[in-house]
Design a protein around this ligand. Structure first.
Ligand code: PGA
Length: 251
């Protein structure tokens, strides 16, 4: 009942021409993928061109961040969520750990950005996940629960229909060290429990929870076989169309 989502986060890679090249190659490789939603997140500067070139395809486009502000205003360097919608995006990634670690993203800004994204009809992919030290000290559940509680504060069950959670343990991102399918399942199951506490079992059951952190063509199938893993947020392995298409076509 939960349609899987396979999303590629291109981070700060690819010029416009390279983004278009990868997107078009991917378009034909995943043309028959109806079992999941396919999403790519190019850099801001490539969004408009990529969205235009993918029109009519089954690939949706995400931005990697948006402003906390909902009104066009004097905020140098920021991009309002409706501007993303304007160029053709339908998703936005919010609170990625790299933004939390290096750009001062907090649970409060994640919350504001999520509200802003929903306000303009975008689907928000909200990222949570613990650092290695937090896992080593046995605090991973507390950390993720806090990120969810604060990040989703004030959002209604209705809003949750346009929110996707991405669990990305920071120690697994770009390290080649994937969480085991059991570790992923354990945390995803816990996230669903937290969503049940915040909302209800039916809302929790309907929410897609993606796993992220060194997902590759070789490990996607076992991750997807876990009952609470509803897709993946893929970094490195999404930069190459062939490798990302193998992840999309994991079945
Ligand atoms: P990775 O990145 O697949 O390269 O580990 C995942 C992410 O940062 O979303």
């Amino acid at each position: 009942m939960r349609k899987p989502v396979i999303a590629g986060n291109w981070k700060m890679y690819k010029l416009v021409s390279e983004s278009v090249e990868t997107a078009l190659e991917l378009k034909s490789l995943v043309a028959n993928a109806s079992h999941c939603e396919v999403v790519i997140a190019p850099v801001f500067t490539a969004l408009k061109t990529v969205c235009d070139r993918l029109e009519g395809s089954n690939i949706r486009v995400a931005a990697q961040n948006c402003s906390t502000e909902i009104a066009h205003s004097a905020h140098t360097g920021e991009i309002c969520a409706d501007m993303l919608k304007d160029v053709g995006c339908s998703y936005v990634i919010i609170g990625h750990s790299e933004r939390r670690q290096f750009y001062g993203e907090t649970d409060l800004s994640v919350n504001q950005k999520t509200k802003s994204a929903l306000n303009f009809g975008l689907t928000a992919i909200v990222c949570v996940g613990e650092m290695l030290s937090e896992r080593e000290s046995g605090r991973e559940r507390d950390v993720v629960k806090m990120q969810l509680t604060r990040g989703l504060n004030g959002l209604t069950a209705n809003d949750m229909a346009r929110i996707i959670i991405a669990y990305e343990p920071v120690w697994a991102i770009g390290t080649g060290k994937t969480a085991t399918p059991e570790q992923a399942q354990e945390m995803h199951g816990f996230i669903r429990e937290v969503l049940t506490e915040i909302h209800s079992k039916s809302t929790a059951d309907a929410t897609r929870i993606l796993y992220g952190g060194s997902v590759k063509p070789e490990n996607i199938a076992t991750l997807m076989s876990q009952q609470d893993v509803d897709g993946a947020l893929v970094g490195g392995a999404s930069l190459d169309a062939k490798s990302f298409s193998k992840i999309v076509n994991y079945k």
